[in-house]
Design a protein. Structure first.
Length: 155
């Protein structure tokens, strides 16, 4: 592999790892922020209960609930963005295997298949020996054996 292709593979590897690391750095804090925002929403639920029970909730309780919902939304967006970056980093990292060897590089091919010569036709003596074995086994009669033997000898 040429030096330029090795550099391209190295660059893709490093770029993929850097993108994935950035995604992880974004995702991890956003995940804990999401949990914190959930807890803040629970704490700010007094405004919901006040409205449900017919009491007038004060403005600070409503503001706290609104801020908790906004924090949760932002944390979920950050988590999603972090996961997307991790995925893109993995794809870029995997792209290093797409860098192929040079077009002019020699590729080892399989050894050539051996060429077999066609089998030689059996000799008349071999055929007569087979016919004699068939006659001895009782498959051919003496008359059939003699007829076939004469036919082989005449060719």
């Amino acid at each position: 592999m040429s030096r330029a292709r090795r550099r391209a593979r190295l660059a893709l590897t490093l770029l993929g790892l850097i993108i994935a690391a950035i995604g992880l750095v974004i995702y991890l804090p956003a995940s804990s922020d999401s949990v914190t925002a959930d807890q803040e929403a629970i704490d700010a639920s007094s405004a919901d209960w006040a409205d449900t029970l017919g009491y007038e909730a004060d403005q600070s309780a409503r503001d706290a609930r609104f801020e908790a919902e906004q924090d949760k939304r932002i944390a979920e967006e950050d988590k999603t963005f972090g996961m997307v970056l991790i995925g893109v980093g993995a794809v870029v990292f995997a792209a290093r295997w797409a860098v192929r060897p040079e077009a002019g590089a020699t590729v080892k091919s399989a050894p050539p298949m051996p060429v077999f010569a066609p089998a030689a036709p059996p000799s008349p003596a071999d055929e007569i020996a087979k016919l004699a074995a068939l006659r001895d086994q009782g498959v051919l009669t003496d008359t059939e054996f003699e007829q076939r033997k004469q036919r082989l000898l005449s060719t």
